[in-house]
Design a protein around this ligand. Structure first.
Ligand SMILES: Cc1cc2nc3c(=O)[nH]c(=O)nc-3n(C[C@H](O)[C@H](O)[C@H](O)COP(=O)(O)OP(=O)(O)OC[C@H]3O[C@@H](n4cnc5c(N)ncnc54)[C@H](O)[C@@H]3O)c2cc1C
Length: 487
């Protein structure tokens, strides 16, 4: 007799229930594996087993948000065999599973960002508002799949990266995954961590920063919803992109007052209604404070709480009648929006000081024009957004911030690159995530094909590949007043 959580367990009954109760061969295999394992009071000691290596690629990208998709596209277009591993059921991350609908800091980004915007525009699935672009989430899902298939990226959805294997020389060699197909491994020459939370790098043993340096507090998560049943001309005073001269904060204040008139107070005091196209709006009115990006129970509770709140807010608006009489939620995000997780240590850390001085680098992969945008980490003090006293100038993200410091053969892209809390609040938006992913993918392909480590590839080679691969040119022009925008 073994025990689980202090209770005695009948071993035969335990094996006959739950996951191992599946029928046929799979059940028989599970029973064999389980019979070799031990269960003690507080732990289940898994039996050792061989994990099949089911794929080998030049470049393995984990996570298919804006950064991961861009990395995979750039690597595949550079001629590398490329694998893209994503836990969700679609490509795009916060862009799609998160229903974001709004792209920031894309105006000065050539290459893939420009191509994605042009292809969305061609299918009438986007609109520009000042320096921001609204897009149709469903069309984005389809477009990203089409682009990856066209480029020859081997996509694996519904698959979570759960462990990493290094070789004796401290070089990342394997990403281990779990899915309906069981536990599998993918071998690669170079890896890109684009999981947002830095899961691959953490599993590989990289050190990282997390939240505010002093307290570890993270920015809040937010549940985004798509709305229909309201008319643009009727709700214009409450809508970002319709009412304001670019960036004017009044629509948010008016929407907050409207919600309060309806008897509800949103957990985010700068609730934002975005106009996507006729018949389609996006609402961001929720903050889930102090939720760890690496605690599934906390994320589950935040998801349930936030979805309930968003429905309560919209129900209350509908009860006001008038312009809100037919407002309805047509979708809440499948995944609550996670603003920040691990910031993996790289060969360079983008810092608050870089924003203040407007840092320039020889190995710049992009220039950020978005301001400091810290969503409150302390709801007792504030439930809005803070600039933390930093007046940010435009600054560069160097290639070195994309190279993991502690493990070889690993690049970083998107919000998990190497930076401090303040810098992350600025560079994390998706125009920059795409540019970082594109550079990481191109670099990974060169490193893999020439059997070098990413840090041994001179940036001039990467820059050349980026220009040739996607008609990229050095463009770092300012597109809007960066101190008025929020994400
Ligand atoms: C509520 C909210 C509002 C925002 N507003 C804006 C805005 O208006 N405009 C803007 O441009 N940006 C905005 N941002 C910022 C932006 O969305 C993110 O910073 C950006 O999506 C980062 O891109 P990424 O590819 O690094 O990460 P993500 O978009 O988070 O993508 C990470 C991907 O990796 C996958 N993944 C994670 N772990 C694993 C694993 N272990 N194995 C396999 N796959 C994994 C995830 O499923 C996901 O698809 C907002 C973010 C949030 C949360």
């Amino acid at each position: 007799m073994n025990t689980l959580a202090g209770r005695p367990i009948d071993r035969r009954r335990f094996l006959a229930t739950g996951a191992v109760a599946a029928s046929g061969v799979a059940a028989a295999e599970s029973r064999d594996a389980s019979s070799a394992a031990e269960i003690s009071a507080n732990a289940y000691h898994e039996a050792q087993r061989d994990v099949p290596i089911v794929g080998r690629a030049d470049v393995v990208v984990c996570g298919a948000g804006p950064a991961g998709v861009a990395a995979a596209l750039a690597a595949a277009r550079s001629g590398a065999d490329t694998r893209l591993i994503e836990v969700g059921g679609c490509l795009g991350g916060v862009w799609t599973a998160g229903l974001l609908s709004w792209i920031l800091d894309s105006g000065n980004k050539p290459g893939l960002m420009r191509e994605i915007l042009a292809r969305l525009k061609k299918r009438n699935a986007s609109a520009r508002y000042g320096g921001s672009v609204a897009y149709d989430v469903e069309q984005m899902k389809l477009l990203l799949e089409q682009m990856c298939v066209e480029a020859g990226v081997e996509i694996r959805l519904h698959t979570r990266m759960v462990a990493a294997g290094r070789d004796a020389a401290n070089r990342l060699a394997l990403a281990v995954t779990e899915s309906k197909s069981g536990r599998e491994a993918y071998a690669g020459r170079v890896f890109v961590d684009a999981t947002g939370d830095g899961d691959l790098a953490a599993q590989a043993g990289c050190r990282f920063g997390y939240g505010r340096r002093e307290t570890g507090q993270l920015q809040p998560m937010s549940m985004i919803a798509l709305l229909a049943g309201i008319e643009p001309d009727e709700v214009a005073p409450f809508v970002r992109g319709l009412a304001e001269p670019a960036g004017e904060p009044a629509p948010k204040a008016r929407l907050l007052a409207e919600m309060q008139r309806a008897g509800v107070s949103p957990s985010y005091t700068r609730p934002t209604l975005f106009f996507i196209r006729d018949g389609l709006f996006c609402l961001m009115a929720n903050h889930e404070y102090c939720v760890s990006a690496t605690d599934a129970s906390a994320i589950t509770a935040a998801t349930i709480r936030s979805r309930g709140e968003v429905h309560r807010l919209v129900d209350a608006l509908r009860r006001l009648d008038g312009v809100w009489r037919d407002v309805q939620i047509i979708a809440t995000a499948e995944h609550i929006g996670v603003r920040e997780g691990r910031r993996i240590h790289g060969l360079y850390e983008v810092s608050r000081n870089d924003l203040i001085t407007g840092a320039r680098h020889e190995d710049a992969v992009c220039r950020v024009t978005f301001p400091v945008d810290v969503h409150s980490t302390d709801p007792k003090r504030d439930k809005g957004i803070m600039r933390e006293g930093v007046h940010a100038k435009h600054y560069d993200i160097p290639y070195r911030a994309l190279i993991a410091r502690d493990v070889d053969g690993l690049l970083l892209a998107g919000r998990c690159i190497s930076g401090d809390f303040i810098a992350h609040s600025s560079y994390r938006v998706t125009g920059n995530a795409v540019a970082m992913g594109e550079a990481a993918g191109a670099a990974a392909a060169i490193a893999a094909k020439t059997n070098r480590l990413p840090q041994d590839v001179p940036f001039s080679e990467i820059d050349r590949a980026l220009r040739v691969g996607s008609g990229r040119q050095a463009e770092n022009t300012c597109v809007a007043d960066m101190h008025q925008r929020t994400a």
